[in-house]
Design a binder for this molecule. Structure first.
Ligand code: NAG
Ligand code: NAG
Ligand code: NAG
Length: 317
């Protein structure tokens, strides 16, 4: 028993270190081989300003740990017990570029990137640990630099029609929804029977009754515009696939000029009124004059009386 207990202990620690290192390597390899070989790659094309959701296809109630990486850096994480959820700088200090633009669904682990930017193009990796249903995925995101959030300005005279062009080639599953000052006024879905306008969509939009038309490209036409149609129109486009969905918004500011503001139109209208009034006055004056003449030519002799009676008789047979 003259062996130094510490030397025995040191040897044990070294062995344990080795085992731990081996385990870490095995876990690391498992994680990376699984994601590298078995994962689907999904190409995603978005416009700057879009919001995009990457779906995991799992429920965290199944006790998965879900991690999201961008270019190899962890940007979001949730564990199955929901005891730990983080996004961007709360997970990792190197993720300033995403600050406050990431959202993690605490039921599915799906990741949302809001208001996506040009610099967010790249590979997003989903790693699901202890997964039974979901599989790892890579989302290859390409952000198109032209911002989709436009603010088109459209001006019309009252009574004219206006068409707000969606500027999109609508795919069958895309859902396009039009809002006027935040009230839903039209919706186009994959099912033509579910396409609706004004009061069919929303009972609060009586003002447009029967004056809205949408076509299958998602463009909106307002017929016979009124000054009360002026305001902000917003088109929301939701592009969905099984593994992601993109939300895009376009805005149009519509101005409607009252027709009485237009000198030519009001002058023309006044002219018509004057002509009609003159014509009416002429008719009335003419008929009064005729009657007056008839009765002022009072009978001066029997012949005239007879003529007068005869005249009246013909007038009231
Ligand atoms: C999950 O998210 C919802 C909505 O964001 C929130 O109300 C709920 O408290 C969250 N649950 C947990 C366990 O964090
Ligand atoms: C990602 O997509 C871009 C554009 O389609 C392509 O050029 C690139 O090779 C893809 N990257 C990977 C790793 O697949
Ligand atoms: C839908 O409206 C747009 C914009 O006015 C037009 O360019 C397009 O041809 C229309 N498409 C159909 C199918 O009517």
């Amino acid at each position: 028993m003259n062996q130094n207990p510490y030397s025995f202990s040191e040897g044990k620690v070294d062995k344990m270190k080795l085992v731990f290192n081996l385990l870490a390597w095995i876990l690391f390899l498992l994680e990376h081989v699984a994601s590298g070989v078995g994962s689907d790659e999904v190409s995603v094309f978005v416009m700057e300003g879009d919001s995009v959701i990457f779906h995991t296809g799992v429920e965290t109630s199944q006790q998965e740990d879900i991690k999201w990486y961008f270019s190899g850096t962890r940007i979001a994480q949730i564990n199955g017990a929901l005891s730990y959820i983080c996004t961007d700088v709360k997970c990792n200090k190197g993720t300033e570029r995403f600050r406050d633009r990431l959202k993690l669904d605490n039921q599915t682990g799906s990741l949302t990137i809001m208001n996506i930017r040009n610099t967010n193009s790249g590979l997003y990796e989903l790693k699901i640990i202890r997964s039974s249903s979901g599989s790892d995925k890579i989302f290859n995101v390409t952000v198109n630099g032209v911002p989709a959030v436009e603010h088109d300005e459209v001006k019309r005279n009252e009574g004219e029609a206006v068409t707000l062009d969606s500027g999109e080639i609508r795919k069958p599953n895309d859902v396009m929804t039009w809002f006027f000052n935040d009230a839903l006024i039209a919706q186009i879905t994959g099912d033509p029977h579910k396409t609706c306008t004004d009061v069919q969509c929303n009972t609060g939009t009586e003002r447009f009754r029967d004056r809205l038309k949408v076509n299958q490209t998602g463009s909106l036409t307002i017929k016979e515009t009124r000054t009360t149609d002026a305001g902000l129109y917003k088109l929301q486009i939701i592009i969905s696939s099984s593994s992601f969905s993109i939300t895009r918004e376009k805005r149009f500011s519509v101005t409607v000029f009252a027709v009485s503001d237009s000198g030519l139109s009001s002058a023309a209208a006044a002219g018509i009124v004057v002509v009609v009034l003159l014509a009416a006055a002429a008719l009335i004056a003419g008929s009064i004059y005729c009657r007056h003449r008839r009765y002022t030519r009072a009978p001066q002799n029997d012949n005239d009386v007879n003529r007068g009676i005869a005249l009246r008789d013909t007038e009231h047979p």
